[in-house]
Design a protein around this ligand. Structure first.
Ligand code: NAP
Ligand code: MN
Length: 268
């Protein structure tokens, strides 16, 4: 007997997503696929229904799985969500007939060194290092071992090429095409005064370079690390090393024009 073909369907809880979930599930099962209730790492595809937030949560909740993703957009922006709910039949037909491409997506990683332990973190869009309770933070920033600046301001965004259209873009960063292996360091409300001097613009460096972020002594317990929008707190932080991870996730795409169409229709 041949192996069952498993497809995960992950949906957020809003009404439209749940409606699309039911339709998709029954159509996939009619086409012979198995759609498990729990996420299966043996699946050949994971379909995520919702907006970008639903996709980001699906990736984090399932620990950056190797199963490729595709998204159906019922959300607000849906930059990552290629399929619209009206196109489910065409999507299934294209998928069964292998009219798609699989591509890898880079992640950003952080190694957090504290007095007691080290922690490894990953994110799809960006990792933000900022203060707590709306306070200014002072950080020593190193690029590839070189001291760059003493940053003062709200914080810094370290983003992947795919994440460059998220928070980074709103904070005045450049859009980096995902074919580049690069990481962007973008200051949020950098202070530039007689008291403090921080670079006002973003910097883009090779993805395998390490960006060292050392909170000043008095911010050891006043630093927030934000992974794709979710805040994390650690005690006694000594330093955070960030870079593009060797770990990747993958997605499938049905058109090579999606990236530019997306940029145009969702931002202009
Ligand atoms: P959210 O508050 O709903 O996200 C803010 C917006 O960013 C949403 O419209 C979301 O799309 C969109 N978005 C997410 N990733 C994107 C990407 N790679 N390119 C373009 N737009 C993108 O929260 P969320 O849905 O959980 O998303 C978390 C992300 O929000 C973070 O990773 C960060 O990039 C972004 N963010 C942006 C700002 C800002 O722009 N000032 C501030 C904080 C966080 P959907 O509507 O489809 O969800
Ligand atoms: Mn959202």
């Amino acid at each position: 007997m041949s192996q069952p073909r498993i497809i995960n369907i992950i949906s957020n809880r809003n009404y439209e997503s749940r409606r699309v979930f039911q339709i998709l599930k029954s159509k996939l099962e009619k086409s012979g696929f198995v759609t498990p209730d729990e996420f299966s790492h043996k699946a050949e595809l994971s379909i995520c229904i919702g907006g970008d937030g639903a996709f980001l949560r699906a990736v984090h909740n399932n620990k950056f799985p190797q199963v490729p993703f595709i998204g159906i957009n019922t959300g607000h922006l849906g930059f990552y969500q290629e399929i619209s709910p009206e196109d489910i039949d065409r999507f299934i037909d294209d998928y069964i007939n292998k009219r798609f491409e699989t591509f890898e997506m880079s992640l950003v990683e952080a190694k957090v060194f504290t007095d007691k332990k080290n922690y490894f973190l990953n994110a799809v869009n960006e990792i933000v290092v900022r203060g707590q309770k709306s306070k200014v933070i002072h950080l020593d920033v190193f690029v590839d071992g070189n001291h760059l600046e003493k940053f003062s301001g709200d914080g810094i965004i370290i983003s992947t090429p795919h994440g460059s259209t998220g928070y980074n873009f709103s904070a005045g960063g450049a859009i980096i095409h995902p074919r580049l292996s690069a990481v962007q360091i973008n200051p949020i409300a950098p202070m530039s005064s007689r008291a403090y001097r921080s670079l006002p613009n973003p910097i883009v460096v090779p993805g395998n370079w390490t960006i060292g972020v050392h909170p000043e002594q008095r911010y050891k317990n006043g630093t927030t690390i934000v992974l794709d929008g979710t805040e994390m707190f650690y005690k006694d932080i000594i330093k955070i090393n960030l870079r593009i991870s060797s770990k990747k996730i993958s997605r499938i795409s049905f058109s090579s024009h999606t990236y530019w169409e997306n940029l145009k229709t969702k931002f202009l």
